[in-house]
Write a protein that binds this ligand. Structure first.
Ligand code: MG
Ligand code: ZN
Length: 215
């Protein structure tokens, strides 16, 4: 019982910080995104490509990693401001971490703040970060069986992108299994295929971003 009480306390505290993050995003007219996936699903690569292809949108990025500043350095090369959060072993970001990182971005100048979560399909699902939309990536080399193994990650998604479609046939990715499993777990979201190598799905992703910005 004690464990349950502690978990509730953490969750209420996280929500309080998430509300603060959401308020600062809203005060600045910013769309906030939380990108969740396994390690290596292509979160940073998708962001680099998205920033490069949409120079009129002012992105700010908060990079979550357990260690290293590698991803923030990659984002800075695109010209977008980036803040690196290192969790030093923790496998998810909390809203309090994002709240502390936000003042390092010039919010008044930004249109979209993207939080790239720690590569992990388990606990990030339980921590709202104050985002408006949660984007979950599933890459084809991870295999077709992941949706039902990590259902909470996919159930909480507002958008699901199946990434690295250029590798789908090489890794025997079975799209039908994934679509059927997603239908069971999160029927309101229609996943779509994407590849930064072939460009598949990217225009649709950019249109989706612009639609969300107008809301
Ligand atoms: Mg990354
Ligand atoms: Zn965790």
């Amino acid at each position: 019982m004690v464990d349950v009480i502690i978990m509730k306390a953490v969750s209420a505290d996280n929500q309080r910080h998430a509300d603060i993050v959401r308020r600062s995003l809203d005060d600045n007219g910013i769309l906030g995104l939380n990108i969740v996936s396994s390690p290596g699903a292509g979160k940073t690569t998708l962001l680099e490509k998205t920033i490069a292809d949409n120079p009129d949108i002012k992105f700010g990025v908060i990079e979550g990693d357990v260690f290293t500043s590698r991803d923030a350095k990659r984002i800075e090369k695109t010209g977008a401001p980036a803040v690196q959060l290192n969790t030093q072993g923790s496998c998810h970001l909390t809203a309090e971490m994002v709240e502390n990182a936000l003042p390092k971005l010039k919010l008044a100048e930004l249109d979209i703040v993207v939080v790239e979560n720690i590569g992990n399909l388990i606990c990030p699902a339980a921590y709202a970060l104050g985002e408006h939309k949660r984007v979950v990536l599933l890459s084809t080399p991870e295999g077709s069986d992941k949706v039902l193994k990590y259902p909470e990650a996919f159930a909480g998604a507002d958008l699901i992108l199946i990434t690295k479609m250029d590798l789908a046939s090489a890794v025997n990715f079975d799209m039908q299994v994934v679509l059927d499993d997603l239908q069971a777990v999160n029927p309101k979201v229609e996943p779509w295929p994407a590849s930064v190598v072939t460009g598949e799905g990217l225009d649709r992703w950019y249109k989706w971003l612009r639609n969300q910005m107008e809301k």
